[in-house]
Structure formats: structure tokens, C-alpha cells
Ligand binder design. Structure first.
Ligand SMILES: C[S@@+](CC[C@H](N)C(=O)[O-])C[C@H]1O[C@@H](n2cnc3c(N)ncnc32)[C@H](O)[C@@H]1O
Length: 263
């Protein structure tokens, strides 16, 4: 397994954090983001960032403005080709952008469930749904490693820039496999890294925490297969533009879009 944490030398061990510490820091950071105003804290303006990822302006006009926090790295909801009546699960739903777009696509006979481990995100997304009277979407507080859903209950799982943040990827993918119906699909966008990374990168305020747990593309795909998925197909792969201005990361962080099936 090419986990960048393992590639660090003895001199770096004192800075290695536990997964619990990583999760705690991450949750605090997302709670701060959920509470922040649009474009605050040096983050890019959300609509401009969303269009840079590939969301269309037409699509963005159809969702509540509060949902467009845009913390993702791709457009899994477009690749999922959702149909009317489908039941969709959005892992790490954040402000709810992909969930609200999915809710329009599956229509009133379909349903979307967003799951997120940051309570402030869940509260914010549920408040947005209520304020906008969108009835076929709900957000639940849970870690994706323990999904609050029954076996074989979901047609499609989408996720945008979440699973490579998680400490227990295979466990998360096994949970996705469990809740998908037979014939169901998982459409993901996520970042993958190709290390080794320098100490300075690993200790960076923005990237260090993610680099400490992120898998390479090969290991990420292997984790999906280990969970039982078939026909794992990478449909998109681009270097992640937000990392390109940083010499420590240039060319080493890619955004991938993939689909995998439960047969
Ligand atoms: C980079 S943001 C992406 C948010 C959203 N998907 C988007 O595209 O805007 C990652 C989100 O995943 C959530 N998250 C991270 N680890 C998680 C886990 N283990 N279980 C559930 N949610 C998690 C965070 O709370 C955060 O809202």
C-alpha cells in the first residue's frame, strides 16, 4: 500500500499524527468552513470555482445559493447520468451542491440522502433544503465508514472529494458496496497523490493532513476492487489546478473521475 504516511523517515516520526487526531482536525476545519460566509477565509469564490470544475452555469442556477460551497474536485453528478425515480446517496455531502443537483435529476419519485461526518455541514444542508422546500433530499450525520442505510437500498452512490480524506478507505468502500443494490453504480470524483512528498508538503497547513492519509491512484483503485466492485473505470484524470502553483505538489495531485459497479 502506498500510503504517504509510511514513506516518511525516522526523523519525521515525531510529527506523525494518529487517525483520530487527523479526523478531529478535519472535522474542526469543515465546521469552520460550514460556518463561514461565501468566499471567506481566502477560499475561492464558490460559483467561479464550481464552473472551473465543470459545473454548468445553468445547473448552478437551479440550486440554492447556500448549497454552493464547492469543496469538491470534479462533477460526479454529471457522470452518474441519473434517471427519474432513482435513490441516490451522496457521501460527504458538505453544503449539498451535488445532492441538490441529484434531487432535480431524480425528480419527486426519486430520493437523495446526503451523509456527512461534520454536524455543522449536515445542519446547514438540511436548513437549505427546508428553506427551499426541496422535499426529496435529506442529510444525515454519520461517518461513511458506518452508513446509516439498509443493505441493497440505493441505486447510485456519488461522492466528490471525500473518500481519500478518510482513514479507512476499504471499510468505506465496503459500506458503499453493502448499501448499493445489485446492478448499482458508484460514481466518484476524488484527489489522488503520487508521493513521496517533502516534509514541508506533509507539514503544510492546507495539504499536510490530506497527504498524510491519501492513497495513490493505484492503491485507491485496489481498495475499490478489494471491497468487491467490478468494472472500475477511470473516466477522467487531470492534474488538480489548485496544487499546480505549489512547487512541492506540482504534477503530483490528480483529480480523477471514476465509475464502479456492484454486479
Ligand atoms: C472536501 S469536502 C467535499 C464536500 C462536498 N462533497 C463538495 O463537493 O462540496 C469533504 C466533506 O466530507 C466530509 N467528510 C470527511 N470525512 C468524512 C467521513 N469519514 N465520513 C463522512 N463525511 C466525511 C467533510 O465533513 C466534508 O463535508
Amino acid at each position: 500500500m502506498i500510503n504517504v504516511r509510511r514513506k516518511r523517515g525516522a526523523s519525521q516520526r515525531s510529527t506523525v499524527r494518529t487517525h483520530e487526531q487527523d479526523k478531529g482536525r478535519s472535522a474542526r476545519r469543515y465546521a469552520e468552513i460550514a460556518a463561514a460566509a461565501h468566499g471567506a477565509g481566502g477560499r475561492p469564490e464558490p460559483v467561479a470555482y464550481a464552473t472551473s470544475l465543470g459545473y454548468s452555469e445553468e445547473d448552478l442556477k437551479t440550486v440554492p445559493a447556500d448549497a454552493i460551497m464547492t469543496l469538491g474536485c470534479g462533477t460526479p453528478v454529471t457522470r452518474a447520468r441519473l434517471r427519474l425515480g432513482e435513490i441516490v446517496l451522496d457521501l460527504g455531502s458538505g453544503g449539498g451542491l451535488d445532492a441538490f443537483l441529484a434531487a432535480r435529476r431524480v425528480g419527486p419519485t426519486g430520493r437523495v440522502i446526503g451523509v456527512d461526518a461534520t454536524p455543522e455541514m449536515v445542519k446547514r444542508a438540511n436548513a437549505t433544503a427546508e428553506k427551499s422546500s426541496i422535499a426529496n433530499v435529506e442529510f444525515r450525520y454519520a461517518p461513511i465508514e458506518r452508513l446509516p442505510l439498509a443493505d441493497c437500498s440505493v441505486d447510485v452512490v456519488i461522492s466528490n472529494c471525500v473518500i481519500n480524506h478518510c482513514a479507512e478507505k476499504v471499510r468505506a468502500f465496503k459500506e458503499v458496496y453493502r448499501v448499493l443494490k445489485i446492478g448499482g453504480r458508484m460514481c466518484l470524483s476524488d484527489l489522488v497523490g503520487s508521493g513521496p512528498f517533502s516534509d514541508a508538503a506533509l507539514e503544510d497547513k492546507v495539504w499536510g493532513e490530506w497527504l498524510a492519509v491519501a492513497l495513490s491512484k493505484a492503491d485507491y483503485l485496489r481498495a475499490i476492487e478489494q471491497a468487491g466492485f467490478q468494472e472500475v473505470t477511470v473516466e477522467e484524470e487531470v492534474t488538480f489546478h489548485m496544487a499546480e502553483n505549489d512547487e512541492r505538489l506540482k504534477g503530483r495531485i490528480a483529480s480523477i473521475g471514476l465509475t464502479a459497479w456492484k454486479k
